[in-house]
Design a protein around this ligand. Structure first.
Ligand code: AHR
Length: 517
């Protein structure tokens, strides 16, 4: 009888022990517990974009001009608009970047033939002919069905200039700027809400100190007026990666009623040795993912500082530039920041979006850099051709998290180990949409091991499960104009409820998004 008890006990222990063990790097199992309800909303604006006058992002990427043979609507490429509408991009930040602080918006309105030309000193020293300006950008946002996020010029522009831009865009009555807008063909105000007051003002935006910028912000922001019912959401130019002092100074010196958000920029790169976008070894693969995960902790530190001054979380953290940054593709203009985009970039996107979801209480906007042909692009264009990158497919699969309720989770899983370093191999995020469906996004960064995962969904022990998988043969598999479908999502049907738990295997270096009805 005693023996029987012993074996029964052992059986219970084996069955109820999570698949993951606490010690072994060799373990290939993970255990995720997801709560049935949550209180925070994942703002769709976390899935925002950034497009600068840089390389072929605007010119050739969106804008081909009225006379182009590439199919377009009022100068904007139809294929790109359709692709971005398919992933419901919630916002688009423009015109920079560093370009923003040398952009004078009045050069980009009126008769295109009469618009002055300028040198784009930051990006390749090319001539900017200002053919894509305010009206063209607002037309683009209307075609995309997306919210404009405009970054004004603090570095080399005047308070008057910024104030007039807001008036031009947003005032419906009679005034010098609204009259000018009408002369230029637009009767009603656009009502732009999201307004950046400078960009990287610690660097290309004027090389200011945090104290100086905070004072400048107060002056510039004062004259960015609200017109009619429109309430500007003003974003202060925030810190570079781990410059916590910058965040602290701005939180301390800028009255919180004057600032709705404070930005943060972080690029996943080794500035001394960026390395190639494809054709890399495992060392470089590991290093990029390590740097991507590293910012998670840094974001927490910025948030702690913000909590200290703003415990009610009135001021949003706006992560308005992030993404991978590698060596440019051989033979391309170094100032154009054109790089390939592989499965590794899809993993970076999946990890980043998972950890931004988890911080949605404070992080209420983020913008990947940059949408087309630049840095971690979602789309490449070449003449009339267009190709979607693995990063695009992540944004497609993750749409389900837009404005959904974040479901709190706990995750135990194995490490991905290289030499003496290790990273958590699995990342997850869970949300519930307005129809009560649960969505799980799961990332496995281990390039060599598939990982079994058991998911305990509290309050759900069986349901219909559907899914999509993005995986690839190689770590650096990518899409090209010749092979546009090398890395594309496929239907994933291998997730099943067994004894009340959802079970599946996540292939090496892959991302899965599941829907549980
Ligand atoms: O995205 C490229 C550049 O990176 C942006 O112009 C600038 O803000 C950042 O340094």
């Amino acid at each position: 009888m005693k023996t029987l008890h012993f074996f029964a006990l052992m059986l219970i222990i084996v069955i109820s022990t999570p698949l993951v063990s606490q010690d072994g790097n060799n373990e290939t199992s993970a255990y995720l517990t997801v709560d049935a309800t949550g209180t925070e909303t994942i703002s769709r604006h976390i899935y925002g974009h950034f497009s600068e006058h840089l390389g072929h992002c605007i010119y050739g990427g969106y804008w081909v001009g009225y006379d182009s043979e590439i199919p377009n609507t009022r100068g904007i490429r139809n294929d790109v608009v359709e692709a971005l509408r398919n992933i419901a991009i919630p916002n688009l930040r423009w015109p920079g970047g560093c370009f923003a602080d040398e952009y004078h918006w009045m050069d980009g309105i009126g008769d295109p033939a009469a618009r002055p030309k300028m040198v784009n000193t930051h990006w390749g020293g090319v001539t900017e002919d200002n053919s894509f300006g305010t009206h063209e950008f607002m037309e683009l946002c209307e075609q995309l069905g997306t919210e404009p996020v405009i970054c004004g010029n603090v570095g080399s522009g005047t308070i008057k200039e910024m104030s007039q831009w807001v008036e031009y865009l947003n005032f419906d009555g009679i005034s010098p700027m609204s009259d000018l807008r009408r002369v230029n063909g637009r009767e009603s105000a656009w009502g732009v809400k999201y307004w950046g007051v400078g960009n990287e003002n610690w660097g290309c935006g004027g090389n200011m100190t945090a104290d100086f910028y905070a004072d400048q912000y107060r002056r510039y922001a004062t004259y960015c007026r609200n017109y009619g019912d429109n309430r500007l959401f003003k974003i202060a130019g925030g810190a570079n990666s781990e410059d916590f002092g910058w965040t602290e100074t701005l939180m301390k010196k800028i009255p919180h009623h004057m600032m709705n958000g404070i930005s943060l920029h972080y690029y996943t790169t080794d500035w001394n040795n960026k390395g190639p976008a494809t054709g890399f070894g495992e060392d470089h693969y590991f290093d990029v993912l390590k740097r991507c995960l590293h910012i998670e902790g840094a974001i927490d530190q910025h948030m702690e500082i913000m909590d200290k001054f703003d415990p009610e979380k009135r001021v949003a953290l706006v992560f308005d530039e992030w993404g991978t940054w590698y060596d440019v593709e051989p033979g391309t203009n170094p100032g154009f920041l054109y790089q390939q985009n592989s499965m590794r970039d899809a993993l970076v996107a999946g990890l980043t979006l998972n950890y931004l979801n988890a911080r949605c209480e404070r992080v209420r906007m983020a913008n990947i850099a940059q949408t087309i042909n630049v840095l971690q692009a979602l789309i490449f264009t070449d003449g009339d051709q267009m190709v979607l990158t693995p990063t695009y497919h992540i944004y497609d699969m993750y749409q389900v998290h837009h404005d959904a309720t974040l479901l709190p989770q706990t995750l135990e899983g194995p490490d991905y180990v290289l030499d003496s370093e290790s990273l958590p191999a699995i990342s997850a995020s869970a949300s519930m949409d307005q129809d009560g469906r649960i969505h799980l996004s799961l990332v496995n960064i281990d390039p060599g091991k598939a990982i079994d995962i058991q998911v305990e969904l509290k309050g759900k022990s069986s349901a219909k499960v559907t899914g999509q998988l993005l995986s690839s043969e190689m770590m650096d598999s990518h899409n090209s104009f010749a092979q546009p479908e090398e890395v594309v999502p496929v239907v994933f049907e291998e997730a099943r409820f067994k004894k009340g738990k959802l079970e599946l295997t996540i292939p090496a270096h892959s991302v899965i998004v599941l829907q549980v009805d």
